[in-house]
Design a binder for this molecule. Structure first.
Ligand SMILES: [Zn+2]
Length: 203
């Protein structure tokens, strides 16, 4: 539990310092057995204190201490539907949020790295009020199909077998959203051919 807490503090600081989140936006969680450790409501991710992290029972959704992030429902949806997921990062990075507000899907197939880290597709979850069960249900429906998502008019989510993988995936997602934005400005750039995407994925 202590290691998970230290990792949340560490990756929170990195997300903040890399400009992937701002203000008190975003939330980070890690699964530890039957519970998840999650950032507290309204906290700056660059200045987290491991003693303030909140423990939530995954099956019941009950907080065992403190006031958890308002987005606790969709973190629970990720863990309940994906046994292989042990880390979840949600933030509002500039370019992911730009595309999510413009209702443009991220195309991971622009580069081999995108395909390897993000897979074939990054689904956009239809808009629902932050913190609502509707948003958790919408993510729950898609969460088995991918490891990274845009939230329409809101931000981005990345999952991982641990927090490190979720962090790298989020960083790669934001890089690809930025790349795609610049290519749209230039009016150039294409996805890799389908056969090459299959070859990279060893399909
Ligand atoms: Zn958010």
């Amino acid at each position: 539990m202590k290691d998970a807490g230290m990792n949340i503090v560490r990756y929170g600081r990195m997300l903040y310092e890399k400009g992937l989140t701002n203000g008190t936006g975003g939330n980070i969680s890690a699964r530890v057995g039957d519970v998840m450790l999650i950032t507290p409501s309204g906290s700056c991710k660059g200045m987290l204190d491991s003693t303030e992290l909140v423990t939530v029972d995954i099956a019941s959704g009950k907080a065992l201490s403190g006031r958890p992030s308002m987005e606790t429902p969709f973190h629970l949806a990720a863990y309940r539907n994906r046994e292989d997921v042990n880390g979840v990062v949600h933030v509002h990075p500039r370019f992911c949020t730009t595309l999510a507000c413009a209702r443009i899907d991220v195309m991971p197939g622009l580069t081999p790295e995108g395909v390897m880290v993000l897979g074939k597709r990054v689904p956009t979850i239809p808009y629902a009020t932050p913190g609502s069960n509707d948003l958790a249900e919408a993510l729950g429906k898609e969460v088995v199909h991918a490891d990274a998502f845009l939230l329409q008019s809101h931000g981005a989510i990345a999952l991982g077998s641990d927090l490190k993988e979720a962090f790298h995936r989020l960083e790669t997602l934001e890089f690809h959203a930025e790349l795609q934005y610049h290519l749209m400005v230039l009016g150039k750039g294409d996805r890799l051919p389908e056969a090459e995407i299959r070859r990279i994925l060893k399909e």
